[in-house]
Design a binder for this molecule. Structure first.
Ligand SMILES: [Zn+2]
Ligand SMILES: [Zn+2]
Length: 368
């Protein structure tokens, strides 16, 4: 960047102190709007005198009563950047005090007649000035024309087209960057998980895989199947399961298409391979065993499953997990019911469907 300081171009000091500014939204581009002689383009020695003349005309303006040259910077046809008010000071060129505080003002020595087209060096200088104001003056990313937000023809059609094109540096590649390769379809998750002794996920095999596939199709998540689901878990199973997970609100790795116990329960209403516990059997045991001989078993195998769950949850000492739904087990179940928020007769230790299903999650399937 060819920066020409105020001393170097022979600026006069401002009439009054300039208003400081710390940030702007960016830069507005201006042109002189009067005739700029074509000969200027061939004679850089005329540029500094032109700056002095420009400043003098602003200082003498009877209407505006400028403190200084109105522009933040001016760029000559040779690409030199002349410091006007400079970074850190409010411009006087954008139309009113709000606009002047909103953007810096950079003017190109381009006219409405004579030199009407900016030279490539000049466009490069404008980019230099913009980058300098961003670095030194807190200028934001915007590059606009004076006419943006104010009724004026400034900065003229050629410069305004350049602004609208994004104020590119001449010679910089204008062709858009080559399109990035579209991202490859990510490979669906390819791992297996075991739930109640049965495998799910890529490569899993068995009737539980078909059960999942058929349930997915039934619920409308079958679009990735070219042929119907079978007992081998392949990518389409994963993709369909992923859509089911997403429909439940899961995201990221929680929706990778490999089942977890909660989504599997929601999909199937049960977990394949889980033992079944009859609600009626458990109620009968809870009503019979406490009054019978110590250790009496009514449906011992099913009671043992429920007792194990109560122990796992911390409501029953493992010593009482004996298959008999005795007094201690009733007390333990009552504690579990209270833990769920039940009170009174609803927390009497005799299982109901709702509490038993809560206890069953991930452990057993409740049947009638
Ligand atoms: Zn202007
Ligand atoms: Zn010049």
């Amino acid at each position: 960047m060819l920066l020409v300081t105020r001393d170097e171009w022979g600026a006069r000091p401002p009439k009054r102190p300039l208003a400081p500014i710390t940030r702007t939204a960016g830069v507005k581009i201006h042109y002189e709007g009067t005739e700029v002689p074509l000969a200027l383009a061939g004679d850089h020695s005329r540029c500094a005198p032109r700056m002095r003349a420009l400043q003098a005309s602003h200082l003498a303006d009877p209407v505006e009563d400028y403190n200084d040259i109105a522009y933040t910077a001016v760029v000559c046809p040779h690409g030199a950047v002349y410091v006007g008010r400079g970074p850190g000071f409010r411009t006087g060129a954008n139309g009113n005090s709000t606009l002047n505080a909103g953007h810096y003002a950079v003017c190109a020595m381009v006219g409405s007649s004579g030199l009407t087209e900016p030279t490539p060096e000049q466009l490069g200088g404008l980019v230099d000035a913009i980058e300098w104001l961003r670095a030194e003056g807190g200028a934001g990313a915007e590059v606009r024309g004076h006419r943006d937000g104010y009724a004026t023809s400034c900065p003229g059609e050629p410069l305004y087209r350049w602004v609208q094109a994004g104020a590119p540096r001449p010679g910089a590649p204008t062709a858009p960057a080559p399109e990035p390769e579209p991202p490859a379809e990510p490979t669906p998750a390819r791992y297996r998980t075991t739930i109640h002794g049965l495998e799910y996920g890529y490569g899993a095999h068995g009737p539980q895989v078909r059960d999942v596939g058929e349930a997915l199709v039934h619920r409308g998540f079958g679009r990735h199947y070219a042929v119907g689901p079978d007992e081998d878990w392949r990518d389409p199973d994963t993709l369909n399961y992923q859509e089911f997970q997403r429909s439940l609100g899961y995201t990221g790795s929680d929706a990778d298409g490999v089942p977890g116990i909660v989504t599997l329960q929601l999909l199937l209403g049960r977990i394949p391979g889980q033992p079944e516990v009859s609600l009626a059997h458990i109620i009968e045991a809870a009503r019979t065993d406490p009054g019978a001989a110590q250790g009496h078993q009514t449906y011992g195998a099913e009671v043992r499953i429920v007792e194990q769950a109560l122990t796992d949850e911390g409501f029953l000492d493992p010593a009482w997990g004996d298959g008999s739904f005795g007094t201690r087990t009733v007390q333990g179940y009552a504690a579990f019911q209270r833990h769920l928020g039940y009170t009174g007769a609803a927390a009497d230790g005799i299982p109901g469907r709702a509490s038993l299903e809560r206890l069953s999650v991930g452990r057993f399937t409740v049947t009638d």
